[in-house]
Write a protein that binds this ligand. Structure first.
Ligand code: PXP
Length: 246
């Protein structure tokens, strides 16, 4: 089993700090460079329909900078899909989006949206973009992702991260472990993300077949105390403990 686990850093919250005041700082490209210096393998941003943090110009700048591959999280809406086809990031992760939510709360209903997703996935792939679907570790969703021809799934770790009891943590972690097994068996590359931090990482690392963890909020929060490059470096070091899960 391959054991080198990659780290994608989501820098939405750097942009959120900037948008809170409408300033030009903190600079997103500088943040991406700090992540690269800390050993990140990629940068993730979520261009939301309401543009609450990441702006179109941020995506263009990050794309034009070739230091790290860009993973663009986005909803399957005509406007955002058109934008992605122009920008052509290395990877697109299709996520569900609700205007009122604080963050991406659930996984994409790939099984219920096959007809809407199929043409989008085809168009993105035809443009040379690797498509990933952000889904719950659920048999039906994973089977739909495979049937849709998406080569990658990102398993939503939010239910595990937010579990309030030991029993719920065990149950949600078991589901993630089984989901990763199934995704791999279906020929999908397995990423995971949402709510991951240094204190719950040991459990996350029990998931088999992981390629990349996408981590944002906890890293940006940690960076307030030690700086972004050391925060990323610290997480990168922690990922070295990955032995392929279980
Ligand atoms: N992966 C996806 C698909 C997400 O939507 C998010 C949140 O934007 C993350 C990873 C990162 O989650 P967090 O900020 O909780 O680390």
């Amino acid at each position: 089993m391959r054991t080198s686990l990659k780290l994608g850093v989501n820098i939405d919250h750097v942009a959120a700090l900037r948008q809170a005041r409408g300033t030009a700082y903190p600079d997103l490209l500088a943040a991406a460079h700090c992540c690269a210096a800390g050993g990140a393998d990629g940068i993730t941003v979520h261009l939301r329909e309401d543009r609450r943090h990441i702006q179109d110009a941020d995506v263009w700048r990050l794309r034009r900078d070739d230091r790290l591959p860009l993973n663009l999280e986005m909803a399957n809406t005509p406007e955002i899909v058109r934008f992605a086809l122009r920008v052509r990031p290395a990877e697109v992760c299709l996520v569900p989006e609700r205007r009122q939510e604080l963050t991406t709360e659930g996984g994409l209903d790939a099984a219920g949206q096959v007809r809407a997703l199929r043409p989008t996935i085809r168009r993105l792939q035809a443009a040379g973009i690797v498509v990933s679907l952000f889904v719950a570790a659920d048999r039906r969703q994973l089977a739909a992702a495979a049937a849709l021809g998406a080569p990658v799934v990102e398993l939503h770790t939010g239910a595990f991260a937010g579990a309030r009891s030991a029993a719920a943590r065990r149950r949600t972690l078991d589901r993630l472990i089984r989901g990763a097994e199934l995704a791999h068996a279906l020929g999908l590359k397995v990423n995971a993300g949402h709510g991951i931090h240094l204190d719950n990482l040991d459990d996350i690392l029990r998931m088999p077949w992981l390629d990349t963890l996408n981590i944002g909020h906890s890293l940006v929060a940690r960076a307030m105390f030690c700086g972004l490059t050391p925060a990323v470096r610290e997480m990168r070091r922690a990922l070295r403990a990955y032995r392929g899960g279980m």
